[in-house]
Design a protein around this ligand. Structure first.
Ligand code: SAH
Length: 299
């Protein structure tokens, strides 16, 4: 089966243009290394290098100067994150005119989805997070850029077992929600996953990071893993079905889909979509559901 490629509107042309990125962010220069054929690259297993790569990319794409990440937090691969936002823009196109109002569940220290939604499509975004350190880092990025400050609001979720409750205000409405859930079911599983990633980068020997590429333990796992998290999201969405026109989440494992799709049928979702995504070797998918069926309007 053909693997899905990057979204056609993704600004990332398949490979990083390092000379251009260094021009946008000179601090990246000391981290450049030649790859086996002598072209510049960075060590993707070095969190400092990946952090500066992200900083450079956001400076180059959007002129954003305020992006940074404290040590130890999840450093997202930006091209893959951008694909999710582009696919959501397509999903909502034709259904909702004008800039969308989005709810980002678990925005992380990087504030990555709100930045992409704002800068690519002028979305206004409410972003939630349970981790106070991540929230403070996200707030520093937001406050450092007037456009982000105008279009993004951060809210702390005090109960990690809840998704919308406690952060959405009574009667509040969004066009969509998006989420990259913690996908491991335990700290031990998260650690094993990190070690697998580490080996795939050819770092079998030598000291191993405690976690992958930065990433606080609780960013990577929650009770029940991604099925648990997205399942809780579904259950809450069914209780407040008009909160979002489209509820969406990433699902990292295809094996998680059958159970989640069954839960959606049971919850009475009117529309369900699975949108495949792929960047490099990594495949993922968006699971989207809506309790509103435009072909079935009664009022
Ligand atoms: N969106 C970022 C971070 C994803 S990691 C990215 O794509 O890189 C998942 C994030 O969800 C973590 O930052 C974690 O602290 C947060 N989180 C976990 N449970 C949550 C909950 N119930 N509500 C909001 N955020 C939560």
């Amino acid at each position: 089966m053909a693997k899905p490629g990057p979204h056609p509107r993704n600004r990332h042309g398949g490979r990083y243009d390092f000379p251009r990125l260094v021009a946008a962010c000179p601090a990246l220069a000391p981290f450049l290394r030649p790859n086996p054929v002598g072209e510049p690259t960075v060590d993707f297993a070095d969190p400092r290098a990946v952090r500066l790569l992200n900083r450079a990319l956001l400076a180059d794409w959007y002129g954003l100067a305020s992006w940074d990440l404290p040590e130890g937090y999840l450093c997202p691969p930006i091209p893959g994150r951008a694909d999710y936002v582009h696919h959501l823009a397509d999903l909502l196109a034709g259904e909702r005119p004008g800039p969308l109002r989005a709810l980002d569940i678990g925005t992380g220290a990087s504030l990555i989805y709100p930045i992409l939604g704002r800068k690519e499509y002028r979305w206004t975004v409410v972003a939630t997070e349970v981790d106070p350190g991540a929230l403070a880092a996200a707030e520093a990025i937001r406050a450092g850029d007037p456009d982000l400050a105008a279009g993004i609001e951060l809210r702390r979720q005090r109960d990690p077992g809840r998704i919308f409750a406690g952060v959405a205000r009574p009667g509040e409405r969004f066009d969509l929600c998006l989420c990259n859930p913690p996908f491991h079911a335990s700290a031990a599983e998260a650690r094993a996953g990190s070690q697998r990633k580490w080996r795939n980068l050819g770092k079998g020997a030598g000291p191993r990071p405690v976690l992958n590429f930065g990433g606080q333990a609780r960013e990577l796992w929650c009770p029940g893993g991604e099925v648990g998290f997205v399942g809780r999201m579904m259950a809450e969405s069914a209780r407040d079905p008009q909160l979002c026109l489209w509820f969406t989440s990433l699902v990292a494992r295809s094996a998680s889909l059958p159970q989640l799709q069954a839960a959606l049928r049971q919850a009475g979702a009117a529309r369900v979509r699975v949108i495949p995504m792929g960047q490099g070797q990594k495949e993922s998918r968006i699971l989207a559901w809506s309790f509103t069926d435009p072909s079935n309007r009664t009022g």
